[in-house]
Structures are given as structure tokens and as C-alpha cells.
Design a protein around this ligand. Structure first.
Ligand code: PEP
Ligand code: MN
Length: 289
């Protein structure tokens, strides 16, 4: 007979959880591995504006050491009067830049209706901060055969981010990358407040790869390289950084976009941190066996 005091077995851990005992998830994007032996830099413009812009950025960031190209074709903008993105035309420009450079591409999908179309062009589907809890979209992504980059909502807790990842994994797609991109606080000097501890906390709580977006986290290009170094130092599996050949002319997020020489400089300044990162991951792997 069931009594009120009867012990119940604890529920199994969520699929994202380190408590499953699962090895670190490695997300493969062509030949690039996220969550494996080195941090991966994803770079490109906030918005895809033209072929010249996206190609110039792709060639430059590749030369500087970026492994994946970012660029928004569907843009979630606060004002409906702001540039909304080139939509499918933007996806075509990204695909052309991929053919020209060999870089894999990551781009945002805003609606479950667009998942199949965006997946036809993109290697990784980005879910923006504003859509982190769009559960219909998350369930659709579970059925899609592309990796997902899930950004933390600007007012979401770490646990809520993980539960959103759980939706995608539980619906059939294990390839989820988490992204800390800053949260909203009372601070106004920076656009958002970078919760740098979230990177370390997530690395404890989940086997999924965790990356940092120092561009949206600060909103200021002068602060991006310092935060990028901090991200690598604290163990992020990668960075996603906004870069534009002429940030003063960018249609979105120009103030936080690095120009090409600044991106090169950032990549140079990251090199010793990347070496330390590799060493510590090797030590961790050795300790685990
Ligand atoms: C972006 O990556 O350009 C973007 C809109 O990011 P977020 O969803 O983090 O604001
Ligand atoms: Mn942006």
C-alpha cells in the first residue's frame, strides 16, 4: 500500500546534466569541433548587409583564425522600424560566402516556420536571447538535423537556459551549444552585464559546450577583447564575436563590432590564453581516465 511517507526514487538527471555521467558533448560543424581540444572563434557581422560586406568579413576573420562565420539574416529588433534583415536573400549571401571561404555558417532562426528554410543554408541554427523560451521553436529544433546555438535570455537564469536546452535534446537533437551573452541588470555602462561565472557554472552543470558572446555582453567594442580573454581563461569552448569591415556604417550593433584590424589584434592577444586553455583541458582529460 502506498503511504505518504514512502520514499520515492529520485528522478533521473536531465539529459543536459553532468550527472548523467556523459562525456563532454562535441558538436561538429564540418571539420570544426566545438567542445573538444581547443576553443573555437565564431566571427562575423551582426547583420548580413551585402555580398561585399559578408565576403570581406569572412575572408578577413578566416585569415585571422576564426573557424566559423556568423551573420544575421533574420534580425530580432526592438523597434519594428529598424532593419529587420535580408531574410532568405541574406541566407543566400551567407551560403555564397561559405562556398568562397569554406567557413561553416551560423545564423539566427526566429520562428518555427523558418527552421527548414534556414537549415537548408546554415550549418548551425542560432536561437537568440529573445527566443530562449520559445518552446514551439525549441521543439521544432529537436527534430532538425542541425546543431543549435542557444543564447541565454537576457532575464533568464542559468537553470532556465539549461531547461531550454533540455527541450531541444529531449526532442531528439543532442547537438546544443550554450551561449552566455550578458543579462539585464541595473548597470548602464555596459549594454548587458556579462555573467562570466555562468561559463564556469555551466561547465560544472552540463556536458554541453558553452561559449561566450563578448559583443552583446558589453555593447562596446573597446571592452570586447578583454572579455574574450576572460571567456577563454575561464574555460569557454568558444567565442562569438561581431566584426564589420566598417563598423561606423553597420546597420546594426556597430558600436560593439570590431573592425578587421581590431579583430586581428584580439586574436593575437588571445593566443597565450588559448595555450593555457588547451593545457588545462588536457589535464582534465588525463585526470578523468
Ligand atoms: C545577435 O547575435 O546578433 C543577437 C541578436 O544576439 P542576442 O540574441 O544575444 O541579442
Ligand atoms: Mn548583434
Amino acid at each position: 500500500m502506498q503511504t505518504l511517507t514512502e520514499d520515492k526514487a529520485p528522478p533521473p538527471p536531465e539529459l543536459f546534466s553532468s550527472a548523467t555521467g556523459s562525456e563532454r558533448t562535441v558538436v561538429r560543424v564540418g571539420a570544426v569541433e566545438i567542445g573538444a581540444g581547443q576553443p573555437v572563434v565564431i566571427a562575423g557581422p551582426c547583420s548580413v548587409e551585402s555580398y561585399e560586406q559578408v565576403l570581406a568579413t569572412a575572408e578577413a576573420v578566416k585569415f585571422a583564425g576564426a573557424a566559423i562565420l556568423r551573420g544575421g539574416a533574420y534580425k530580432p529588433r526592438t523597434s519594428p522600424y529598424d532593419f529587420q534583415g535580408l531574410e532568405e536573400e541574406g541566407l543566400k549571401l551567407l551560403a555564397k560566402a561559405k562556398r568562397a571561404t569554406g567557413l561553416g555558417i551560423i545564423t539566427e532562426v526566429m520562428s518555427d516556420r523558418d527552421v527548414d528554410l534556414v537549415a537548408d543554408y546554415a550549418d548551425v541554427l542560432q536561437i537568440g536571447a529573445r527566443n530562449m523560451q520559445n518552446f514551439a521553436l525549441l521543439k521544432t529544433l529537436g527534430k532538425c538535423n542541425r546543431p543549435v546555438l542557444l543564447k541565454r535570455g537576457m532575464s533568464s537564469t542559468i537553470k532556465e537556459l539549461l531547461m531550454s536546452a533540455e527541450y531541444v535534446v529531449a526532442h531528439g537533437n543532442p547537438n546544443v551549444i550554450l551561449c552566455e551573452r550578458g543579462i539585464r541588470t541595473f548597470e548602464t555602462v555596459t549594454r548587458n552585464t556579462c555573467d562570466i561565472a555562468a561559463v564556469a557554472a555551466l561547465n560544472e552543470l552540463t556536458h554541453l559546450p558553452v561559449i561566450l558572446d563578448p559583443s552583446h555582453a558589453t555593447g562596446k567594442r573597446s571592452l570586447v577583447p578583454a572579455l574574450a580573454r576572460a571567456g577563454v581563461a575561464i574555460g569557454a569552448d568558444g567565442l562569438i564575436v561581431e566584426v564589420h569591415p566598417a563598423p561606423e556604417k553597420a546597420v546594426s550593433d556597430g558600436a560593439q563590432s570590431l573592425d578587421i584590424p581590431q579583430f586581428h589584434q584580439m586574436m593575437r592577444s588571445l593566443a597565450p590564453y588559448i595555450d593555457l586553455w588547451k593545457e588545462s583541458r588536457l589535464t582534465e582529460t588525463a585526470a578523468a581516465v
